[in-house]
Design a protein around this ligand. Structure first.
Ligand code: NAD
Length: 487
């Protein structure tokens, strides 16, 4: 294994612009070795309360730095944060790889550049938040104001730790909110470094508070009456619990949840491109990707040719040291997640699906890391567990179909609706099927592309609300109507 260049410090909490310890700590582990990287503070409900109070004071203090900052100054501040991330990109990429197990190729060349782009996109948004004047009566002046929602709680999963934090923090700050951010307990390190960079950029005390901890810390945030909105990315099961717990305080909630996205290949597609898209669609990010193309539908006519090429390509993709720039398949985030994925592989075998490649845990460099081979099942039917449930690992379920209506029905017959892809040379077929698919994103002849200017989010059990793009403003502001009597 390549030795890490950076030295990792223990993690503390950021509350009201200051770093502090708490009563309890927990380990964060390098999934590529199974070794503890460092210890991080577990925020208690008292810490949550203090962070919320700090965020509320920063929000409400009319003579405080945050309230006095113009929209343009807020934009500059977010831009400065993006510049600092860029300056420290190598360190942040290595931290992400050590904590999550993803290849340095992905964190350095894809995640981090996108984090920078996302912050710059929202830096520009700060000056584009506007209300409208509305013509009603001659003796009235009626207009709307867009105001911050208030104190926003951001709860982040472990698969794209810094990137998913940027999706939420960018618009939250651009719209003038104050924030309590909780990264996932498996991957807290880049959020903590982000907190340091935010202070260096000049984010005023209390505007961004960072609490590390697990589900209990998250629950304390969701139940705290001083938080006005929760923006959550994570599993559908936890999303439902958050909705229930948020109901007490009637909090605003946006939920980006799980997926089981169909990747649909017609016989008239450019087959080699579709094979590449199928492999990237499921094995990028070790399959720990909410929009992974985990259900591959191949038109029966090209099944044999397609499967041969797919399996050959997948076999070339072997897990390796995440810090090696040549590695394209990293380590599963934790031992627990690895065991979950292995149980799904076993379920696929038991239900009679045909394992065409992979299926095993492997050792990299003789170590104790959590690596699983890229795994492909053929002969899957839509009712099998591996076709119904989100596995969140490098496991592909392949199914066959004969016509468009059949595949639309099969694709939609699943509780999730995050994303889908269609591979065909026939423009009419591509657009007709795009309309039939119940999913928040449809890619045509590509897979997995995202852009800060394009809205991302789910239908059905994949959640609601949209991140990125101009629509994000709607979720981080309240709309106020003002009526002045001119009579
Ligand atoms: P998770 O739901 O277990 O945890 C996510 C976060 O919620 C963590 O920070 C965790 O500490 C916190 N949490 C757990 N229980 C909580 C509770 N009861 N109340 C409040 N907070 C709580 O998810 P995960 O395993 O970290 O991430 C994987 C899941 O995230 C997958 O289902 C994946 O599809 C989903 N995901 C969705 C998107 C999207 O944009 N739709 C993106 C990435 C990941």
């Amino acid at each position: 294994m390549i030795a890490a260049k950076i030295k990792i410090r223990p993690g503390r909490l950021l509350v009201n612009g200051e770093w502090r310890d708490g009563a309890k700590r927990f380990d964060t582990v390098n999934p590529a070795t199974g070794e503890v990287l460092t210890q991080v503070t577990e925020a208690s409900s008292a810490d949550v309360d203090q962070a919320v109070c700090a965020a509320r004071s920063a929000l409400e203090d009319r003579s405080g730095a945050w309230r006095k900052m113009s929209a343009s100054e807020r934009g500059n501040l977010i831009w400065r944060l993006a510049d600092l991330i860029e300056k420290n990109i190598d360190e942040l990429a290595e931290l992400e790889t050590l904590d999550n197990g993803k290849p340095i190729f992905e964190s350095r060349n894809i995640d981090l550049p996108m984090v920078i782009e996302v912050f710059r996109y929202f830096a520009g948004m700060a000056t584009k938040i506007q209300g409208e004047t509305v013509n009603t009566f001659d003796n009235a002046f009626t207009y709307t104001l867009r105001e911050p929602v208030g104190v926003v709680g951001l709860i982040i999963p472990w698969n794209f730790p810094l990137l998913l934090a940027s999706y939420k923090l960018g618009p939250a700050l651009a719209c003038g909110n104050t924030v309590v951010l909780k990264p996932a307990e498996q991957t807290p390190l880049t959020s903590l470094r982000l907190g340091e960079l935010a202070l260096e950029a000049g984010v005023p005390a209390g505007v961004l508070n960072i609490l590390t901890g697990g589900p209990e810390t998250g629950k304390a945030m969701v139940c705290h009456l001083g938080i006005d909105k929760i923006a959550f990315t994570g599993s559908t099961a936890v999303g439902k619990e958050i909705m229930r717990n948020a109901a007490g305080g009637l909090k605003r909630v946006t939920l980006e949840l799980g997926g089981k996205s169909p990747n649909i290949v017609f016989a008239d597609a450019e087959i080699d491109n579709a094979v590449k898209g199928a492999v990237n669609g499921i094995f990028y990010g070790k399959g720990e990707v909410c929009n992974a193309g985990s259900r591959l539908f191949v038109e029966s006519k090209v099944r044999d040719e397609f499967m041969e090429k797919l399996v050959a390509r997948a076999k070339k993709l072997q897990p390796g040291d995440p810090l090696d720039p040549k590695t394209r398949m990293g380590a599963i985030v934790s031992e627990e997640q690895m065991q979950t994925v292995l149980r799904y592989i076993e379920a696929g075998r038991k239900e009679g699906a045909h394992l065409t490649s992979g299926g095993q845990r492997v050792s990299v460099d003789g170590g104790k890391g959590f690596f699983i081979e890229p795994t492909i099942f053929d002969g899957v039917n839509n009712d099998m567990k591996i076709a119904r449930e989100e596995i969140f690992g490098p496991v592909l379920a392949t199914l066959n179909f004969d016509d468009m209506d059949e595949v639309a029905d099969l694709a939609n017959r699943n509780p999730y609706g995050l994303a889908a892809a269609v591979w065909t040379r026939d423009v009419k077929k591509a657009h007709t099927l795009s309309r039939l698919l119940r999913a928040g994103t449809v890619w045509i002849n590509t897979y997995g592309l995202l852009n800060p200017a394009l809205p991302f989010g789910g239908y059905k059990s994949s959640g609601f609300g949209r991140e990125l793009g101009m629509h994000a403003i709607e979720h981080y502001t309240e709309l106020k109507m003002v009526w002045l009597n001119l009579a």
